[in-house]
Design a protein around this ligand. Sequence first.
Ligand code: CA
Length: 537
Amino acid sequence: MQRKKIISILMTAMIALSILSGCAGKQAPGTGSTAEADVDKGAELKIHYHANNKYTIVDANGKLQPVFEKVQADTGYKLTNVANPVATDSAQEFQLQAAEQFTADIYGGNSLSQEFMKYGMQGGFVALNDLIDKHAPNLKKFLNEHPEVKKSITAADGKIYYIPYVPDGGVARTYFLRTDWLKDLGLEMPKTVEELEKVLVAFKEKDPNKNGKADEIPYFNDKWQEAIRLANLWGARVYGSDNYDVRTVLDKNDKMYHAWISPDFKEALKNMAAWYKKGLIDPEFVTRKANTARQTLLTKENRGGMTHEWVASTSGYNENAELLKAIPNFKFEGMLPPSSSKGPGFEEHQRMVVKPDGWAISSQSKHQVAAIKFMDYFFTEAGRRLANFGVEGQTYDMKDGKPVFKTEALTAAGGTNKYLWETQGAQMPIGYWQDYNYEDQWTNAIGRDAVKKYMDAKVIINNPTPVLNFNQQEKATYDKLNNPLNTYLDEQVQKMIMGLIDVESGWDAYVAEAKKLGADDIVKIYQSAYDRYKSVK
Ligand code: CA
């Protein structure tokens, strides 16, 4: 009896001790009560954020951008920039930090998702799941309400290592057609690919720019990669997502296949080669400097007839003063994807569920609770508005409960985005949820009409390739194969469109070489990552 009692007393004491040490000891972050969360109150957060080769949380003089001044005031955390605001290579800045083993609290920038997950799985960044659960109610709610976002940022080991930039809005690119030319030529808006071809031939032959020369370029793009997407007109898929490197797409049975070696792509290429031969596709589509075609062929030369491009910026040409001075009747309007013998027209392009941008928390950070709360702030209503619109009273005013940009923001030289990035620190690719309303405010009536047409007709495909996260082995294979494969596909497909390789007779050799370069292995990697993606709860 005596012995039992002693043991019992000892055990009670041990339990008490362990409870005591649990309270008094330095706890792992994310495990505590409200009182422990206050441990980080007023903490200094050192932030290494460098995006798009120029943006940090400070201006060139080292002063916090207005958005981050406001976050500092609202959260009570002292924000200290530790990135070099005059460095011009964001990726390199990040790698330098990796070599230093991430000594600051928060790391962020663009195109870093793979890096966040790689270093996260190696222990360089904290798995955020528990921190979000316990200290980030707004982020937690957002991820619960957007399971596709949660799946997209869950690494191969099942953990979340970064908070992403989440785009908003449905249609981003649509077809645009010179409807002033259409009217002049007495033609109707085309509804089928055959009707469209007739319109483009008329653009080519009937001199709609009225200069007496057959110099019109019926179809053009700002980037040659986008021109390949013309294959959609004949029912073939081209890209899985808003990323020209993703050519593995989902079929009707939810299985991955490589779009660029698929038989329907072959048929589409034959049609594109025929269009190229007839002069319907920009003869300089490969050699033209990227991002100059719209400016050159619309504003400067009045030769372009049709494109497939970003809605807000493309519809903006309708209000371009320089252009309207030269072409008073200019009208470039949205056109629904035409149907073909393969079925109804569809829009393949859409914004990605998450961008590979955002931020992560270093394992070395002593203020992980503060860091996740700082990130959580951007998912509050006030924080989201701040990241999207800037500071109230400076860039926008509230009208009828909605933020409305001031004229200065809407008419800023270089555009609204540049103004927000450079003078405010808003709309930067940090971990936040974009609000399409910000873009809608500088999209004109023609752009809005194009978006509405696409939304009403429900032409956007519902099975884009999700953002997939490869495990170490998959990533190694992908890194080895994908670039050489895509480089080969690019060259061959360009040549087939330009008639330098005959599609019919060259196809089998093209597919064989693509397989030799790993096309099937790439599909396998996507399939296994996709299976894992679907299993995330
Ligand atoms: Ca002409």
